[in-house]
Design a protein around this ligand. Structure first.
Ligand code: SF4
Length: 237
């Protein structure tokens, strides 16, 4: 190649206010003022190619990982399930979904310890007649079963089934059937499970209460009775 046609500088070849770039093997020239490296798109493409982790049955045990910490507590919100809800975000998750909505809460040491004081506050907030129920999310609630079972048992003791309990999980329904006794106990005590990892390739922000279309809103008592997944009968989309 004649010396004058060579590009000895690093990065895109910018000459005569034109940028020479390579698109799928073809060389094209674009206006330098309009050229924007597609770093964001490249990062998203990379995330779409990566997948969350897939544990073997009973590989991850709550007792081995949970530090009994909570990332956040949000009383009286409208977005974490049906009606007005009190939401407890537990700390720690191992699924490592690319595009996770709550990266900080993947750390088991993030946030504050779960205390009796916090539990009493949740119960006091939930005693308001307009509160429909408790929501558990995170992080991974099923890797924090000590915390979750403590608040679930207290809610049932104080309110019976007059308040409902929803939980999100990266585990699918089928995976939970093969899991440790504490996870099965927790599943048996909740009303609704939103199951499955977040998959960037199936991301759909129009879905009710889910981030990707592989996730399901499952009616837990009906599913346990039927021995198969029964979807929540109020599902709209
Ligand atoms: S399961 Fe949920 S909290 Fe865990 S990494 Fe995936 S999106 Fe994040």
């Amino acid at each position: 190649m004649p010396k004058k046609d060579r590009n000895d500088q690093e990065g895109p070849d910018i000459r005569s206010n034109l940028v020479k770039i390579n698109v799928d093997g073809d060389t094209i020239f674009v206006d330098a003022n309009q050229y924007r490296p597609q770093v964001r798109k490249a990062k998203r493409d990379l995330r779409m190619k990566k997948l969350p982790k897939n544990p073997q049955p009973q590989e991850w045990k709550s007792e081995d990982y949970s530090l009994h910490k909570v990332a956040d507590y949000k009383p009286f919100n409208f977005v974490d399930g049906e009606g007005v809800r009190c939401s407890l975000y537990v700390s720690g998750c191992l699924f490592d979904c690319p595009g996770c909505y709550n990266l900080a809460a993947q750390n088991f040491n993030y946030g504050q310890p779960y205390t009796q004081e916090l539990e009493d506050k949740i119960i006091e907030d939930m005693s308001q007649s307009y509160v429909q129920g408790l929501t558990l999310l995170g992080g991974e609630p099923f890797l924090n079963t000590w915390v979750c079972l403590k608040i679930i048992n207290r809610v049932r003791k104080e309110f019976g089934h007059s308040k409902d309990i929803w939980s999100w999980s990266g585990y699918t329904w089928n995976e939970l059937q093969k899991e440790t006794p504490d996870k099965k106990e927790m599943l048996s005590k909740i009303d609704i499970l939103v199951d499955g990892r977040f998959l960037e390739a199936k991301k759909d922000l129009t879905l009710q209460f889910r981030g990707s279309s592989n996730q399901r809103i499952i009616d837990v008592p009906k599913s346990l009775k039927a021995g198969k997944v029964v979807i929540w009968d109020k599902l709209e989309r």
